[in-house]
Design a binder for this molecule. Structure first.
Ligand code: SF4
Ligand code: SF4
Length: 333
């Protein structure tokens, strides 16, 4: 089981409490973006195209903690931009950990070794390091030579200092089942990271490179072939088995983007981390004033190629908890 027993148990209780309270929509994880600025400019990125005065803004610790407390999510993924550019990011992460939120701090790792001493290892805290492939593939993806080596060194140092280290890998049309296996084998077996997240790239309208986003059929083919030889069971993937079935084309379900909402400098983004149809000032307002039925594949053309975890992992988790067989499968996988 990739996710810790503590985290799985905590999530199980949280889900049970939501069910007992008959809450129809609730957050599992918040994608928190306390800034949009980054020290890289990846071609597939849809987050860094804001004007300079927006890129210079930083969300205060109080504002971020207030948003997480209001929505009640048990997990927070701190993203951006590059969170380590934010001068108070260690304080923000520390406040969330003190409130027993499971925090993933997403980073390209360029500043990681320099900033490590400001953080403390905790079962509630994990680094989520961006690695899109082995050296050549990753450096091409982030458009800078040497970043792969910096990230690998940072992973080793963070592990040596007792941190929980996870990775986040996005796949594009340049990838093949072979490159998927190579990078996941490397992270799983050589670097021995604690968990790995994978995602087909979402076709951001603002991303400079529009040629290399995977369609649904390509995504299913890529993952079903990459998973075909049984490695999926061996890899410590931080996803529910049903979501991995979904990536492979063995399961199909609707988007439930309210389960992984996004909070940024602009507020609660409607409907999800990937698309922006305006903002709400609270999670409650987001849930109550968004026409959720208008989104998802077959409903909104911008969703047509989306198989991202922020839309479909919550659906997979809800379906898992409703089925004894799927719950057991998730527990032993
Ligand atoms: S590291 Fe992440 S936030 Fe920065 S440019 Fe690349 S994809 Fe965007
Ligand atoms: S399918 Fe869901 S998660 Fe994907 S872009 Fe549409 S609303 Fe967002």
């Amino acid at each position: 089981m990739a996710v810790s027993f503590r985290q799985s148990t905590h999530m199980g209780w949280y889900l049970m409490r939501q069910r007992l309270a008959k809450r129809e929509r609730f957050p599992l994880l918040v994608e928190l973006e306390p800034l949009f600025q980054c020290n890289l400019a990846c071609a597939g990125c849809g987050k860094i195209q804001h004007p300079d005065h927006i890129l210079r803004q930083r969300m205060s610790v109080e504002q971020a903690v207030g948003a997480i407390e209001e929505c009640g999510a048990p997990m927070v993924s701190i993203a951006g931009g590059e969170p380590l550019v934010h001068p108070e990011i260690h304080l923000l992460a520390g406040e969330l950990v003190a409130r027993r939120r499971f925090v993933y701090l997403c980073t390209n790792a360029i500043l990681l070794e320099r900033k490590l001493e400001k953080f403390t290892p905790s079962p509630y805290f994990a680094w989520a390091i961006h690695i899109d492939g082995l050296r050549e593939r990753h450096d091409a993806s982030v458009e800078r030579e040497g970043v792969f080596d910096v990230a690998v060194a940072a992973i080793k140092e963070a592990k040596a200092r007792g941190f929980r280290v996870t990775t986040n890998t996005t796949f594009f049309t340049q990838d093949s089942p072979k490159t998927v296996r190579e990078v996941l084998d490397f992270l799983n077996d050589e670097l021995e990271v604690d968990e790995m997240m994978i995602s087909p790239a979402y076709a951001y309208e603002k991303a400079p490179d529009q040629e290399h986003f995977l369609g649904v059929a390509q995504t299913r083919k890529l993952f079903s072939e990459a998973f075909a030889d049984g490695r999926r069971k061996r890899w410590r993937l931080n996803h529910s088995p049903l979501f991995l079935d979904f990536l492979e084309g063995k399961a199909e379900f609707d988007c439930t983007a309210w389960g992984i909402p996004s909070y940024s400098l602009f507020g609660w983004q409607r409907p999800c981390y990937l698309m922006s149809d305006g903002y709400a000032s609270s999670y409650k307002e987001l849930v109550e004033t968004t026409d959720w039925g208008a989104y998802g594949r077959g409903r909104d053309p911008r969703c047509e190629n989306c198989m991202a975890h922020c839309g479909y992992e919550p659906t997979a988790v809800m379906q898992t908890t409703r089925s004894v067989r799927q719950s057991l499968r998730a527990f032993v996988s």
